[in-house]
Design a protein around this ligand. Structure first.
Ligand code: ZN
Ligand code: ZN
Ligand code: ZN
Length: 376
């Protein structure tokens, strides 16, 4: 378990823990159990992921019981800087041979379901069940109520992440040339993602020619050909834990044929139209439809094979999802991608992706590189 550099202020952590408790109570859960991952990062500033030894924050919904932090003693040695005492969190360490699951559930009244963080390994969830937490629900719906609306400090971290990935896109032209492989270009992009201020490279997609029709292609040994469209979708995590994610589509060496240029113009209009639609009170599905409708008009509906976007924060993909069927109204502070694409199987593809933050006035782009097809 690594410790992140950005521990939220004690007062911020305190109010997040209080809101978690009251939201859990309103949801009828008896407690929320959060293991290492983005939820724990959000609450306490602790990074890292779950291992086979249980580390967990237990937040009872009964205000009379305080939260507890269960940690293997060998891990807790590196967590001494956490202001757990100031937060009113009781520390319960354990050593190999002891039962951490009984320790986690000690003192809880288990009459309501226990909400368990979404990414908790079943290794821990099932053992908690065996120790008495029989009725379990996902904690995601409770935590999304907290994490979906970013506070100004979080929006600032997303803005810095967006600016860092924009600086990488600004350099892509130096590396992306016909005759080079996707993997060679991708390696230089990965280096620049760190060079421009990210702590971790999350993903590098360099999808050229027919590979561009596969939205989640990574990189391959395919040699980029003159005239290829190349989808470059890249992102990383800053030291703060907040993520970037931005796509631009480049033309290698030659402008594409008119049919592709026309489709790209519709894609650009679709992306703009979704950005224009996003404002407080508008539903997620309406933003999706704003992009999809433009592509439908252009006869391209069948080539847009994914949702329009996803929330972003401490996870690259989180709530809210900009997708048909999601009638959640947008609120100020929500941050998500707007990334329509056109994918013609086996032939070519294109995508344009910006992260936006919802403000009272509308959606503010956190990625500002030009949206036009850039001929390199
Ligand atoms: Zn994706
Ligand atoms: Zn992306
Ligand atoms: Zn994305």
């Amino acid at each position: 378990m690594a410790v992140s550099a950005s521990i939220p202020d004690v007062s911020v952590s305190k109010s997040r823990l209080d809101r978690l408790r009251s939201t859990a109570e309103a949801a009828g859960a008896s407690a929320v159990i959060v293991t290492p991952g983005s939820d724990l990062h959000y609450l306490l500033g602790v990074g890292g992921s779950s291992f086979e030894r249980l580390t967990a924050l237990v937040v009872p919904s009964d205000a009379g019981l305080g939260p507890a932090f269960v940690s293997p003693a060998l891990e807790f040695a590196g967590l001494g800087h956490l202001p757990l005492a100031d937060l009113g969190v009781e520390v319960r360490t354990w050593v190999d041979g002891e039962d951490p699951y009984a320790l986690a559930l000690a003192g809880l009244s288990l009459d309501g379901a226990v909400a368990i963080s979404d990414m908790t390994p079943s290794l821990h969830a099932i053992r908690l069940r065996d120790k008495g937490a029989r009725d379990q629900v996902l904690a995601g719906p409770i935590l999304r109520e907290l994490r979906m609306r970013k506070d100004p400090a979080e929006l600032e971290q997303l803005r810095l992440a967006g600016a860092a990935i924009d600086r990488v896109h600004a350099q892509v032209g130096q590396w992306l040339q016909p005759g080079r492989t996707e993997a060679q270009v991708g390696a230089q992009i990965a280096e620049a993602i760190v060079g421009e201020g990210h702590a971790v490279v999350q993903f590098v997609i360099v999808a050229s020619g027919p590979n561009a029709a596969s939205p989640h292609h990574s990189v391959s040994d395919r040699v980029i050909e003159r005239g290829d469209l190349v989808v470059v979708d890249i992102g990383g995590s800053m030291l703060s834990g907040y993520n970037s994610d931005s796509t631009r589509t480049y033309a290698a060496g030659l402008p594409p044929v008119a049919e592709v240029t026309d489709a790209y113009a519709a894609l650009q209009q679709a992306q703009q139209s979704a950005v224009d639609a996003a404002r407080p009170g508008v539903t997620c599905e309406a933003v999706d439809e704003a992009a999809r409708g433009v592509l439908r008009e252009a006869g391209l509906a069948e080539y847009f094979i994914h949702r329009t976007g996803h929330g972003i924060g401490l996870d690259v993909h989180e709530e809210p999802y900009i997708i048909a069927g999601n009638d959640l109204p947008l609120e100020a502070g929500m941050a998500f991608s707007i990334e329509p694409g056109v994918y013609v199987p086996g032939t070519w593809g294109a995508r344009i992706e910006d992260i936006v933050a919802v403000t009272a006035e509308g959606a503010l782009r956190l990625n500002t590189r030009p949206h036009e097809l850039l001929v390199l």
